[in-house]
Design a protein around this ligand. Structure first.
Ligand SMILES: C[S@@+](CC[C@H](N)C(=O)[O-])C[C@H]1O[C@@H](n2cnc3c(N)ncnc32)[C@H](O)[C@@H]1O
Length: 368
């Protein structure tokens, strides 16, 4: 038996959503047998709305596999209105009932409410887009999603288990992702690349490759939008973009390795995490719940260099025993030695295509 939950109407973007009165307003949260809604994830859903407004995103059959209130898919259908059939699923009966009410409330057409275990659903149906948004790790659901995607289908996925991925719980990461993380200043980029690499390795088992369109870290989660082309060649090409790395804590040097060496972290994805051609065409809509934040991130993603890994202003300043300069002065000064950009991973971080030793020398010249 599930208990009745009191609902109230909120507006997210321009969509009216019935959500539980008793809900999680920050952090990942987890309440079984109840309907889940987290207002802090509105930005995550905003990005999905922008994603479906992209001219090159043209699925005809999509699945929001773990939908809770259905806020994500209903918003996409209401605010973008793509020409597709959106299946909105949750295995909790209370959630499926709320999803139906939210579909009706918004007169969202072409939505099909489902109430199944996603593993059963994806065992016998195929989609062009599958969205996984679990409590914690997506690992238990990944094979189902990969097998349930049509050729060149898109996998969207949230992972809130950032502590293992970023190296705080290293043993758990090794068990779960069969990869070694690294607890360090750029640990969240390691975690994101480790997660992409894991998806690539699992997809390859089904003769599928991965093409990251947009992969990012925000708040307490990692989020991936990845296309999965189906062919042995595509799988091999993706495996070729896996690697390892070493972080020398004395010199701060990050060294990418093609093969494993004793003491290395990984495997991780060393290819691009943002497809710049793709992101250039992703529109900023007026209807978004957190438009200013979306605008900020969109610009960061458009400008961000794809090179692993970012550096921290504080890392260099404490290494050289000086106070950190302003971020804009730092970026301007470093632009003389190579390509440099801000990074979405950290407001005080930056990407540069030069090794730490070169960056440090320039930093010394400029700021000591
Ligand atoms: C974090 S919530 C999803 C939040 C939602 N996507 C949103 O944006 O508000 C995870 C949901 O997955 C559902 N779920 C967990 N395991 C499932 C399974 N095997 N099949 C279908 N739904 C499942 C839970 O009932 C829960 O509602």
């Amino acid at each position: 038996m599930t208990e009745e939950q009191e609902l109230e109407e909120v507006v997210e973007g321009t969509t009216r959503v019935l959500v539980p009165v008793d809900r999680t307003d920050n952090g990942p949260g987890k309440k079984m047998g109840r309907v889940f809604y987290n207002r802090q994830m509105a930005f995550n859903r905003d990005v999905s709305v922008m994603f479906f407004a992209h001219p090159d995103v043209r699925p005809t059959r999509a699945l929001d596999a773990m939908a809770a209130t259905g806020a994500r898919a209903v918003r996409i259908m209401k605010e973008v209105g793509p020409d597709l059939e959106f299946h909105i699923n949750d295995w909790e009966k209370v959630s499926a009932d709320v999803i139906q009410r939210n579909v009706d409330l918004n007169q969202a057409e072409r939505c099909v409410v489902r109430n199944e275990d996603l593993k059963c659903l994806l065992a016998h149906e195929r989609f062009d887009y599958v969205d996984l948004d679990p409590f914690g790790t997506p690992v238990p659901f990944l094979h189902s999603a990969i097998q349930g995607l049509r050729k060149k289908g898109i996998l969207a996925m949230t992972a809130t288990d950032t502590a293992p991925l970023a190296g705080t719980h290293a043993k758990k990461c090794v068990r779960r992702y069969q990869a070694r993380p690294c607890r360090c200043v750029f640990g969240h980029e390691v975690g994101l690349r480790l997660l992409i690499g894991y998806v690539g390795r699992q997809a390859a088992m089904f003769d599928k490759g991965i093409e990251p369109l947009l992969c990012f870290y925000a708040d307490h989660y990692m989020r991936l939008y990845v296309r999965l082309p189906e062919s042995a060649d595509a799988a091999d090409a993706s495996l070729a973009k896996l690697g390892y790395f070493k972080f020398d804590r004395a010199s701060h040097e990050r060294t990418i390795l093609e093969d494993y060496e004793a003491g290395a972290s990984g495997p991780i994805w060393i290819g691009d995490i943002i497809d710049h051609d793709f992101i250039q065409k992703m529109p900023l809509l007026d209807t978004l719940a957190e438009k200013d934040r979306c605008a900020k991130y969109l610009q960061l993603w458009k400008d961000e260099l794809n090179v692993p890994f970012f550096y921290e202003n504080n890392e260099l300043s404490s290494d050289l025993h000086v106070s950190p300069p302003r971020q804009d002065r730092l970026l301007e000064g470093l632009s003389e030695i190579g390509k440099v950009s801000k990074t979405h991973f950290s407001p005080t971080g930056f990407k540069c295509d030069q090794p730490y030793s070169v960056v440090k020398e320039r930093y010394r010249q400029l700021f000591t």
